[in-house]
Design a protein around this ligand. Structure first.
Ligand code: HEM
Length: 511
């Protein structure tokens, strides 16, 4: 009898999935990939053979969809759209933001109050409040104020290298991650740490754990990305329990300390203290609101370190492979230091370094560390009807349909970039900028949801690279893998096994 039931359920599921996977066939105006039962178009990704960003690029590059504005895919069982046409991307990210103001992924706030309230994951209402209130942390004036703190950490890496042998093999991802972790400590949390000299620094260890994906965490991310409603069933949370406890304790501690000391530092914690006071004045439940504040501190720590250290180490990898580019950058660094006759570079001079800017832009093009953007269509309140993709495609998006934009695909598309696999900072020479299609280059996203920390990211990466390359060069060594593969479990686009280079004191370059 029970077998009968199982059989009926299996047939029911089969018919359901079959009808689901017929969606794009029923909408032939959209070119699409046929979906496989249960995995849709995600089999390789589900088997960890590929990273989701890389997987989307493969679909983007499929010759069957060359010159197509959109491609219909199945995210597991759900019909979703990959958008390729830059003008349509502009509509989704900017012009029609009121229809696309939420990302598709979702986290159950009751089950995961920290993950679910983070600015990156939360829904529109809380996002808008937090984005408005926290944007002032990243104004030019605030960054200028933070600059000496960043500079101290950057000088520290220079001094650390000076103390090493003349040829020093280093795994750059790890090295840069220690640097960005020390910057998070000083600019966001208000304390000094030195994870280069002291690898057992707690913050560094916790940040390293945040970017570590074991099988369970990789599955948790898949659930959050594709079947968010099942997160509770799978017990999927954004962070490991240990990381969550650390974030809760350290951010609460930093806020309480600052309240007690009353000494402002113009950083994130000052802003969180201010928001907590405003919440008390408005009669909000302060304890509950503290979780909301911790969530914002947590996303800044999580998003602030790994993205920047990955990009910095990717830049060093390309510089090591292309000594001519490195030479040109080092000449700019030398000239900029010479302007000030000392061991430091002012904020203005650093932000005026054109070639450094070009090198970082080109690194972010080749290695968009967050390789895709996502949104979902939601009817604005009080309206009815679906969203038409005309004149690009005769199709209407229905409510909640997921939308993906492949940064990795766009950044390598020969329609927008000549010789796209070549690392060539000259593409970003200021005179060329007007010829680039802004929607084909989106390393920090675009529109109201764009990266709130992009200016801090650029500042810390530039300052770190300048001090690293001030008296040293990087070169390919015996352990360097010149054809690297990418992590398949991580949500970020990271080189597998790290980036092994040799750091050479400039006087010893001839060796
Ligand atoms: C190289 C470094 C970085 C890269 C490439 C990067 C990239 C991105 C991208 C692509 C997005 C999604 C934008 C969109 O959906 O349109 C994003 C969002 C975000 N990033 Fe970054 N990011 C970096 C560094 C940082 C830093 C340093 C912080 C904070 C200290 C930060 C905080 C955030 C937050 C909070 C969001 C969500 C913004 C929102 O939804 O309103 N990121 N970032």
């Amino acid at each position: 009898m029970e077998m009968w039931w199982l059989g009926i359920i299996a047939i029911f599921l089969y018919i359901l999935f079959k009808s689901q996977y017929g969606f794009w066939k029923r909408h032939p105006t959209v070119p699409s990939l046929p979906g496989r039962i249960f995995s849709g178009n995600l089999l390789d990704f589900l088997l960890f053979k590929t990273n989701f960003g890389y997987h989307l690029k493969k679909i983007y590059d499929d010759p069957a969809f060359a010159d197509k504005p959109v491609v219909g895919i199945y995210g597991l069982y759900r019909p979703s759209l990959l958008i390729k046409e830059p003008e349509l991307i502009k509509r989704i990210l900017i012009k029609d933001f009121d229809c696309f103001h939420n990302r598709f992924h979702d986290i159950d706030v009751k089950y995961d109050p920290i993950g679910g309230q983070m600015m990156f994951y939360t829904s529109y209402r809380l996002w808008r409040e937090m984005r408005q209130k926290l944007s002032p942390v990243f104004t030019s004036a605030k960054l200028k104020h933070m600059y000496p703190l960043i500079q101290n950490v950057a000088k520290n890496i220079e001094e650390y290298l000076v103390k090493q042998k003349s040829i020093h093999p280093l795994e750059m991802k790890n090295f840069c991650a220690r640097y960005t972790s020390d910057i998070v400590a000083t600019t966001l949390l208000g304390f000094k740490s030195n994870s280069l000299e002291n690898p057992s620094e707690e913050l560094w260890k916790e940040i390293a754990l945040m970017s570590y994906f074991n099988l369970k965490r990789a599955i948790d991310f898949m659930v959050i990305l594709f079947v968010p409603k099942m997160a509770r069933l799978f017990r999927s949370k954004l962070f490991y329990k240990k990381t969550e406890d650390f974030l809760r304790d350290s951010i609460t501690h930093a806020i309480k300390e600052r309240e007690l000391s009353g000494l402002p530092r113009n950083d994130l914690i000052d802003m969180l203290v201010k928001l907590s006071e405003e919440a008390a004045d408005d009669g909000r439940d302060v304890d509950k609101f503290m979780e909301t504040l911790i969530a914002q501190g947590a996303i800044f720590i999580a998003a602030g370190s790994d993205t920047s250290s990955t990009t910095m180490s990717n830049a060093l990898f390309e510089l090591a492979k292309q000594p001519e580019v490195q030479k040109k950058l080092k000449e700019e660094i030398r000239q900029t230091f010479a302007l000030e006759e000392g061991s430091t570079i002012s904020y203005e001079n650093l932000t005026n370094m054109k070639y450094l800017d070009m090198v970082i832009n080109e690194t972010l093009r080749l290695y968009p560390v967050l390789p895709m953007l996502e949104r979902k269509y939601q009817r604005p309140e009080g309206t009815s009807g679906d969203y038409s993709l005309k004149p690009f495609c005769d199709f209407e998006l229905s409510n909640d349909m997921p939308i993906y934009i492949s940064l990795f695909g766009l950044h390598y598309d020969p329609k927008y970039w000549s010789n796209p696999t070549k690392f060539d900072p000259e593409r970003f020479v200021p005179e060329n900028k007007s010829t680039l299609n802004p929607m084909a280059y989106l390393p920090f996203g675009m529109g109201p949801h764009n990266c709130i920390g992009s200016r801090l990211a650029l500042l810390q990466m530039k300052c770190g690279l300048v001090h690293l390359l001030h008296r040293h060069s990087v070169r390919v060594g015996k352990r360097t893998c010149l054809k690297p593969e990418f992590e398949t479990k991580s949500i970020l686009f990271e080189i597998k096994g790290g980036i092994h280079l040799e750091v050479v004191k400039d006087t010893d370059l001839s060796e």
